[in-house]
Design a protein around this ligand. Structure first.
Ligand code: 4NP
Length: 172
């Protein structure tokens, strides 16, 4: 079974390249690379062609992830080329739904944090309640800790998303 996932945020230089890179690392670790097509894009076009933000890359590095990519903007044909468009926040999801042409396309849009509680919520003992919510918070105009929070949230949700896809395949 082939899975095609497009991770989407606003600028495609912070959150969605992080989600793409971390998901790719998890898929490689699970030896499932052949089953996945992964990419990321932004609903906005201001940073097209740029690599991920250096603050985001530094936060990834601190946790052992190499965050790579070149920013591009979401396109209409992404709905045809990907099964799911995985939005980092509700604003991104609304922008994608506005771009969708049919009910089927609208249903391809999901929130990354929909997967947070599927396979286990915040781990016991985690002091992460301040990270609760439906959105991966936009770190762009904040301090360095916001970028570390992105890695924490995205890593947890990507693990759950991968597990969810593997489980739904087992139950097919
Ligand atoms: P991202 O972060 O959506 O996670 O890539 C942002 C990057 C750039 C801007 C906003 C958010 N910006 O306003 O330029």
């Amino acid at each position: 079974m082939q899975h095609r996932l497009l991770f989407v945020c606003l600028g495609n230089i912070c959150r969605s390249p992080t989600a793409e890179s971390i998901f790719r690392a998890l898929v490689e670790e699970a030896k499932l690379s052949a089953h996945f097509t992964l990419d990321s894009a932004g609903t906005g076009g201001w940073h097209v062609g740029e690599p991920p933000d250096r603050r985001m890359r530094a936060a990834g590095q601190r946790r052992g992830y190499s965050i790579a990519g070149r920013a591009r903007q979401v396109r209409r044909d992404d709905f045809a080329h990907f099964d799911w468009l995985v939005a980092m926040d509700r604003e991104n999801a609304a922008a994608l739904r506005a771009l969708a042409a049919t009910e089927t396309e609208r249903a391809q849009v999901v929130l990354l944090r929909d997967f947070e509680r599927q396979v286990g919520h915040l781990m016991n003992g985690d002091d992460l309640e301040h990270l609760d919510g439906l959105d991966v918070p936009d770190p762009y105009y904040g301090g360095p800790s916001g970028f570390d929070d992105v890695v924490t949230i995205v890593e947890r949700c990507c693990r759950n998303l991968l597990q969810h896809l593997q489980e739904s395949e087992r139950n097919r």
